[in-house]
Ligand binder design. Structure first.
Ligand SMILES: [Zn+2]
Length: 137
């Protein structure tokens, strides 16, 4: 549950008052959030969520390295003499490549998550402008 301070735009994982400035925190998913929260806040929240998700994927990528290495190295040690050393080196390389690939994908994914939602917002804004132009409020 994320909470937002309308005073200084910090985000908090809970609580009722901002620890920076003491303002009453707002729930960004409340019905009146659109009126009570400053406009730029959504962009900031999206960025925070996107970055956090990217970080989780990167941590997972890091945890995958010993798993990949362990599984492949276990097979490699059973091989005959120079092949077991080559196999273990290959397992280490595979572990590294797994990490590098996931790390790179996490960067891409963050850009997609943040961007896609930005585009959605742009569409909503265009619709609002159109409504205003037509005069239906
Ligand atoms: Zn604050």
């Amino acid at each position: 549950m994320i909470k937002v301070c309308p005073g200084c735009a910090s985000t908090w994982a809970g609580g009722s008052h901002c620890e920076d400035c003491g303002t009453l925190l707002r729930d960004p998913y409340a019905k009146d959030a659109a009126e009570t929260l400053p406009k730029g806040i959504w962009k900031y929240i999206r960025l925070q969520y996107g970055a956090r998700r990217g970080m989780l994927v990167r941590v997972m990528a890091f945890l995958m390295v010993p798993v990949v290495f362990g599984l492949l190295a276990r097979e490699a040690v059973l091989l005959a003499a120079p092949w077991n050393a080559i196999g273990i080196a290959g397992a280490a390389l595979a572990g590294f490549l797994t990490w590098a690939l996931l790390y790179w994908m996490a960067g891409k994914a963050v850009r997609i998550w943040v961007l896609r939602k930005g585009q959605l917002n742009k569409r909503r804004m265009a619709k609002a402008l159109l409504k205003r132009a037509i005069g239906t409020k």
